[in-house]
Design a protein around this ligand. Structure first.
Ligand SMILES: Cc1ncc(COP(=O)(O)O)c(C=O)c1O
Length: 483
């Protein structure tokens, strides 16, 4: 493809994407295809000869589109959002076009220095103290792993990277029983051992109980186990609960334990002054991650990771082979030393586009709209006969159960276990199943970039209609499929 053709095709692709976003509401939110259906439509081998662009785009329409789950659909209420936005897509186009590898400063000074500056803008806006320094990691899972590796190094007197963990005492990590599965995965990858992750009980709001945390730390100390890190969550995946950072931070300080905060979703809300209280005590933490790629209109991947002691992060990750040396080594930031991968995309560019083209006020307005819509949704739930709001709204996240009158507990539970899948099969919206204190709930999270009131209303109507249909089938003696 020569550059003239590229120019023409690129315009066509941008038109295609704009049309897609304009019409995305017409698609079922979740792809209706069955496992294997898409693969079966793709040839077994790559083509020997170049193919026509038109044929390729025809396959995009006929094979790819039906196999998409439309995360940018305004009635998408599943998981946490994975925001995109026109400014972010434009930034991504430039990133792809420049195609630099910012592994070291020389790899592209603009990529490195913009990352430093834009993350410092974000640091200030989410209320982290000066002195914290930021880096874009690929995902929150990876940022948490990076944090745990620093904690592991510190807890072993900087020996674990060199010697492994075999010679020292076992280490322990503490996170609430509601913490994201990535914490457990990361504890395993870090060699600490999943069995050494202490799941700390939660209170009525499903937030970590600081007294239980302290008791667990003391118990480990008595048994000769070295407390290594605490992972607190702001905005748990299930219900959006926030662990209390101040008492947890004080415990971390008292016992000299590294404190990382996973604020993957809720961290974006800290740009709203009225929600800053959620992070009260944040000045006590060592490490903090949140995902602009979840709820700050920025395309995946973009995890903003802040650390109090950047030297510790660098000491954990730095390796300097001769081919990565440059005249500036030691005088500039080489982000390869700030995390796991060596190669890095110019990810700050899309964030810069988002921050400049929306402005902070523009972003705040979108987040406030989502939070307000979740509040309205909570009101509709409360007024809908038979429905029970189980948790929330926590920011923009609500969980709900359908408990129709006269249905015995067993069948009510069966109904609620079947509900999310039935809603998703219906296609008007997409939701996530969850279990709260042993009971099945349907989890609804508002947060897609273009979601308006009517979309949440339509989505809620769909949930109600599907739930009532399931109830009728149950009462008629039908067995409901689970999930
Ligand atoms: C609280 C929390 N932490 C971590 C993650 C993992 O995020 P990522 O996909 O960026 O690794 C999620 C994902 O939803 C999450 O909810």
């Amino acid at each position: 493809m020569d550059l003239e053709e590229f120019r023409r095709r690129a315009h066509e692709i941008v038109d295609f994407v704009a049309d897609y976003l304009e019409n995305v509401e017409r698609f079922p939110v979740r792809s209706p295809v069955r496992p294997g259906e898409i693969a079966a439509r793709l040839p077994d081998r790559a083509p020997e000869e170049p193919e026509a662009f038109e044929r390729l785009m025809a396959d995009v329409e006929q094979i790819v589109l039906p196999g998409l789950t439309h995360w940018q659909h305004p009635r998408f209420l599943a998981f946490f959002p994975a925001n995109s936005s026109p400014p972010s897509v434009l930034g991504e186009i430039l990133t792809a076009g420049f195609a630099v590898n910012a592994l070291i400063w020389q790899g592209s000074p603009a990529a490195t220095e913009m990352e430093t500056v834009v993350l410092d803008w974000l640091r200030r806006e989410i209320g982290l103290p000066e002195g914290f320094r930021g880096v874009i990691q690929t995902t929150a899972s990876e940022a948490t792993l990076a944090a745990l590796l620093v904690a592991r190094e510190k807890a072993t007197g900087w020996r674990s990277n060199e010697e492994g963990l075999a010679g020292g005492p076992p280490l322990a990590v503490y996170a609430s029983e509601e913490a994201h599965s990535s914490v457990e995965k990361d504890v395993g990858i870090a060699g600490i051992g999943r069995g050494n992750l202490r799941r700390i009980p939660t209170d009525d709001a499903l937030a970590m109980q600081p007294e239980a945390l302290e008791a667990a730390i003391r118990e480990d100390l008595e048994r000769g186990i070295r407390p290594c890190a605490i992972v607190a969550t702001l905005g748990t995946t299930g219900v959006g609960a926030c662990d209390p950072l101040r008492p947890i931070g004080e415990i971390a300080r008292r016992h000299d334990v590294f404190l990382h905060v996973d604020a993957a979703w809720a961290g974006s809300a800290l740009i709203l002054p009225e929600w800053r209280h959620l992070a009260d005590g944040v000045e006590l933490v060592d490490s903090f991650v949140f995902n602009p790629h979840k709820w700050l209109m920025t395309n995946f991947d973009c995890s903003a990771h802040f650390v109090r002691d950047a030297d510790a992060l660098i000491r954990t990750f730095s390796i300097l082979p001769p081919y990565l040396r440059s005249a500036e080594t030691g005088r500039v930031i080489d982000y390869r030393d700030w995390g796991i991968p060596l190669g890095r995309r110019f990810r700050a560019l899309k964030l810069w586009f988002v921050l400049r083209l929306y402005g902070l006020e523009g972003l705040r307005a979108i987040l406030r709209r989502h939070i307000e819509l979740a509040r309205e949704l909570a009101g509709w739930i409360d007024r809908e006969p038979g429905f029970v709001r189980v948790t929330g709204p926590h920011l923009a996240l609500v969980t709900v159960r359908f408990e129709p009158e006269g249905l015995d507990p067993e069948r009510t539970e069966a109904l609620n276990r079947a509900l999310p899948e039935a809603v998703n099969r219906d296609g008007r919206t997409m939701v996530t199943p969850h279990i709260v204190r042993g009971r099945a709930v349907t989890r609804l999270c508002v947060g897609q970039t273009s979601t308006e009131r009517r979309h949440v209303e339509e989505a809620w109507r769909a949930v109600v209609e599907v739930a009532r249909d399931l109830e009728a089938r149950l009462r008629a003696g039908e067995e409901l499929p689970v999930g």
